[in-house]
Design a protein around this ligand. Structure first.
Ligand code: C2E
Ligand code: MG
Ligand code: MG
Ligand code: MG
Length: 292
C-alpha cells in the first residue's frame, strides 16, 4: 500500500522523534542522579567596571561535572531541569553555594566581589524564593548588597504582577536586580519602566562585532541611552575583542563581562584572574574614557 503524504512524513520522522524522546528521558534520569550525587559546580566570571579600573562583580555560572562525559554547559541541561522540575533542587543549591562563596570572598584578594545568581523562570515564580535567599544570606553572614539576582527579560514577562512584587521585595531587602539577555525577549518599554531593577545586561548577540555591524551599533546605542535615561546601570555581555569594548565604552557603557577580560573560572582561581584583569585594564589606556 502506498502512504499518504502525511503518513509518509510520520513514518520518515518517527524514528527521529523516538530517538529524541529517548535522549530526553535519559538526560532526565542522569540529571536526577546528578542532583542526588551533587555533580554540579559553579564557575565565576568577573565583571569589569572601567570606572573603577577593576573587576567589582562576578556571575555564578553552573557546570555539570558528569562522571563520564566531562563538564556539561548549562545550555544543555537547564531546559531539561526546568521541564522536569529538577531545577527546584538545582536552583536551591546554586543560591546556597553562590552566597557561601560571596561569604568566602569577604576578605582576601577577592574581597568585596559581588556575586550574581541566575534564576530560571520557574524558580522566580516559586513563593519560597525570598525566604530561601534570606536564609542563604544569613547562613553565609553576608549582606544582601553582595548578591545580584539575574532574571532574563522573557522570565520577567511571565507574570507582571508577580515580577513587580518580587522585585520590590528583593530591592527593599537590599539585593540588586539585573535583567539578563536584554534585547532577546519581548518586554515592552512601558512594562520595563514600571519595574524596579538596577541593571540591563545587553545580550552578546548585540555586543559581538558592535564595532563594525551597523545594526548592532544602532541597537547597543539605543540600549545604552535607554539605560541612562531610566537611571539604570548597563553591562555588555560577551565582549571578546578590544574594539567592542572601545566602541561601547566611548558611548558610556562601563561594565563588561566577556572573554576579552576573563572567562568563567573556578572560585580558587579568582584572585589570580583578578590580578591579570588589573594589568589588562591598566595596559589598555584607550579604555579609560569609559563612563565620562
Ligand atoms: P547568561 O546568564 O547570559 O550567562 C552568560 C553566558 O555567556 C555564559 O555561558 C558565559 O560563559 C558566556 N560568555 C561570557 N562571556 C563570553 C564571551 O566573551 N564569549 C562567549 N562566546 N560566551 C561568553 P554559560 O556559562 O554556558 O551559561 C549559559 C546560560 O545558562 C546563562 O546565560 C544562563 O542563562 C544559564 N545559566 C547559567 N548558570 C545558571 C544557573 O545557575 N541557573 C540558571 N537557572 N541558569 C543558569
Ligand atoms: Mg546571567
Ligand atoms: Mg545573559
Ligand atoms: Mg546570554
Amino acid at each position: 500500500a502506498t502512504l499518504s503524504r502525511s503518513e509518509a512524513i510520520v513514518a520518515f520522522h518517527a524514528p527521529a522523534i523516538r530517538e529524541e524522546a529517548r535522549r530526553r528521558f535519559e538526560l532526565e534520569q542522569e540529571l536526577r542522579r546528578a542532583v542526588a550525587e551533587n555533580q554540579f559546580e559553579l564557575a565565576y566570571q568577573p565583571v569589569v567596571d572601567l570606572r573603577a579600573g577593576r573587576a567589582t562583580a562576578s556571575e555564578a555560572l553552573i557546570r555539570w561535572r558528569h562522571p563520564d562525559k566531562g563538564v556539561i554547559a548549562p545550555g544543555l541541561f537547564i531546559p531539561t531541569a526546568e521541564r522536569s522540575g529538577l531545577i527546584d533542587d538545582i536552583g536551591r543549591w546554586v543560591i546556597r553555594e553562590a552566597c557561601a562563596q560571596a561569604g568566602r570572598w569577604q576578605a582576601g584578594e577577592a574581597a568585596g566581589l559581588t556575586v550574581a545568581i541566575n534564576l530560571s523562570a520557574r524558580q522566580f515564580l516559586d513563593r519560597g524564593l525570598t525566604g530561601l535567599l534570606e536564609e542563604a544570606v544569613r547562613e553565609s553572614r553576608i549582606s544582601p548588597e553582595r548578591i545580584e539576582i539575574e532574571l532574563t527579560e522573557s522570565a520577567a514577562m511571565v507574570d507582571y504582577e508577580h515580577t513587580r512584587n518580587t522585585f520590590t521585595r528583593l530591592r527593599d531587602a537590599g539585593y540588586s536586580i539585573a535583567i539578563d539577555d536584554f534585547g532577546t525577549g519581548y518586554a515592552s518599554m512601558s512594562y520595563l519602566r514600571r519595574l524596579p531593577f538596577n541593571k540591563l545586561k545587553i545580550d552578546r548577540e548585540f555586543v559581538s562585532h558592535v564595532d563594525t555591524a551597523a545594526d548592532a551599533q544602532a541597537i547597543c546605542g539605543a540600549m545604552i541611552t535607554l539605560a541612562q535615561g531610566l537611571g539604570l546601570e548597563v553591562l555588555a555581555e560577551g565582549a571578546e575583542r578590544p574594539e567592542e569594548v572601545r566602541w561601547l565604552s566611548e558611548r558610556g557603557c562601563a561594565l563588561f563581562q566577556g572573554y576579552y577580560f576573563a572567562r568563567p573560572v573556578r572560585a580558587e582561581a579568582m584572585p589570580e584572574t583578578l590580578a591579570d584583569i588589573g594589568m589588562a585594564v591598566a595596559g589598555a589606556s584607550l579604555l579609560m574614557s569609559a563612563g565620562r
